[in-house]
Ligand binder design. Structure first.
Ligand code: ADP
Length: 495
């Protein structure tokens, strides 16, 4: 029972497989071709053989027609073959002589009657008349002619000549050979077709098997099929897709791990502070300090959760960037105004440099967040006696740009390539800050990732140049309104 089930399962899989359908179509087409060929060859050959038979019979008949009398009619012994028919009759239909196979008397009379009817119609009494239909059952595959003997006015009798349509069995043999050949060709073609289809489909099975074995926790498997054909390309594409999936999963995992890690520190600090404050009676100043620390950590977590939310939306493609005409200079002024408080607290002077009109198409809210992040960083990280941040905008070569520069400590070259990575902080100790000193810079390392995403969503690029000890300049370029109309993308290389 189990064997039968397994067999039925195999048949079901085979019937639904591509190779079976391929072979089936192949077989249908082949059968069609073979049938057409057989019909064509048989028809042509049958016509040729029948023509030969007719010509032979007519030649024989022409020897008899028009003879004056039976006296002059000397019929040689082997005038017809043994499977042929020759019946010599008198005018009344009485059989005078026969050669070859015999035909019934009825048929003889019927043949003469047909001759009479037809010769009257054609007005040629001495013509040879071919008989079709009403043949004796023993002679169904035969062709008969009736040839009159004697003068037009004085018919002496008749000779009825008959011959099988396929005298040597040639047509039957041809048909059998064609059938046998077709069946053999079909069998070989089917076997070969199945084998070929099976071979061709083998890489597909490998791919299916591999796909089945890959679980979402192990995306490191690759097919590594070397073929350069279509299936090799499919396998390559599959491998590429796996690599991208693996990288995406890895990023996701890292992201969750980093996010949890980032949240753990402030949560631990809040926990410590509250535990310490609740442990016993403390002076009022102590509570104030604890609450300040808790508020600072809370601010940090709010900012972090906000950034995480923005990034998650960006990753999920749920952001709706609406491109409308906007002046980058306007947005820059708004960002600076928003951060004036922070700048004052940090003792940083924010200068607004040249702000000529910089028209572009963009989403004001996102652009505002982008410039705010850059100015916020510049304010946070600027140190030293003369703390200065400069914001400028402008246009050049169909590009609109915004530049934020500071007189801060700069970013060491080894960090420069990574500052746009999520959760990356050039100096972990410094940037996380001192929770008791709210003026100390504290960041989660997400600000620049968001800046980059927003720039890219506007077909823009972020460029950064930094000199350790002197300062850092971030510049973001976008296709200007005019550039977009001309279909120009920013071509400069970002650092
Ligand atoms: P964060 O929230 O830590 O500021 P960002 O993604 O905005 O995260 O920045 C990543 C890192 O790049 C920062 O931690 C900092 O070390 C460095 N960085 C960014 N902007 C500046 C700047 N203007 N000057 C010096 N370092 C900077």
């Amino acid at each position: 029972m189990r064997r039968l089930k397994r067999f039925l399962g195999w048949v079901d899989r085979l019937v639904h497989s591509i190779r079976f359908r391929l072979v089936l179509w192949y077989a249908v087409i082949l059968v069609g071709i073979l049938a057409a060929l057989t019909v064509f060859v048989t028809v042509v050959e049958t016509r040729d053989v029948h023509n030969d038979v007719l010509t032979r019979l007519e030649n024989r008949a022409s020897l008899l027609v028009g003879r004056r009398s039976f006296g002059a009619l000397l019929i040689p012994d082997n005038f017809v073959d043994s499977n042929e028919v020759l019946v010599v009759t008198g005018v009344d239909g009485s059989v005078l002589a026969t050669q070859g196979t015999a035909v019934p008397q009825d048929f003889v009379l019927q043949a003469l009657h047909v001759w009479q009817v037809q010769s009257q119609q054609s007005n040629l009494p001495l013509s040879v008349v071919a008989l079709t239909g009403n043949l004796p059952s023993t002679h169904t595959g035969y062709y008969f002619l009736v040839a009159p003997v004697g003068d037009r006015d004085n018919i002496q009798g008749f000779a009825i000549l008959g011959s099988p349509l396929d005298p040597g069995g040639q047509l039957r043999r041809l048909l059998l050979t064609m059938l046998a050949g077709s069946l053999l060709t079909l069998a070989i073609a089917l076997g070969g077709g199945l084998w070929l289809a099976d071979r061709a489909m083998r890489p597909v099975r490998t791919i299916t098997q591999a796909a089945r074995e890959i679980s979402d926790t192990d995306l490191s498997r690759r097919l590594n099929m070397k073929g350069r054909d279509e299936l090799g390309q499919l396998a390559d594409t599959f491998d590429g897709m796996l690599a991208r999936l693996q990288a995406a999963f890895e990023r996701q995992r890292q992201f969750v791990a980093d996010a949890s890690h980032e949240l753990r520190t402030p949560l631990t600090i809040v926990n410590l502070e509250t535990t310490r404050a609740l442990a016993g009676k403390r002076p009022a100043g102590e509570y104030q300090r604890a609450l300040t620390v808790i508020r600072s950590e809370n601010d940090f977590m709010s900012a972090l959760v906000n950034d995480l939310l923005v990034l998650a939306r960006m990753d999920a493609g749920q952001t709706n960037v609406e491109l409308k005409p906007v002046d980058l200079a306007d947005v820059a002024i708004e960002a600076v105004e928003r951060l004036e408080g922070l700048a004052a607290r940090n003792g940083v002077r924010v200068e607004i440099g040249d702000l000529p009109e910089a028209p572009m198409r963009g989403d004001r809210q996102y652009l505002l967040q982008m410039i705010s992040n850059l100015v916020d960083n510049a304010i946070k990280y600027t140190t030293g006696p003369e703390r200065r941040v400069c914001v400028e905008t402008g246009t050049r070569e169909r590009l609109a740009w915004v530049r934020v520069s500071d007189s801060g400590p700069g970013i060491p070259p080894e960090h420069l390539a990574h500052i746009f990575d999520r959760f990356y902080r050039a100096d972990q100790a410094r940037t996380r800050g001192d929770p008791e000193n709210t003026a100390a810079p504290s960041g989660s390392g997400l600000g620049l990732s968001i800046v980059q995403w927003i720039a890219q969503a506007h077909a823009g690029q972020v460029h950064v140049t930094s000199q350790v000890g002197e300062g850092t300049t971030f510049e973001v370029t976008f296709p200007s309104a005019e550039g977009r109309a001309a279909g120009v993308e920013t071509k400069e290389q970002g650092t």
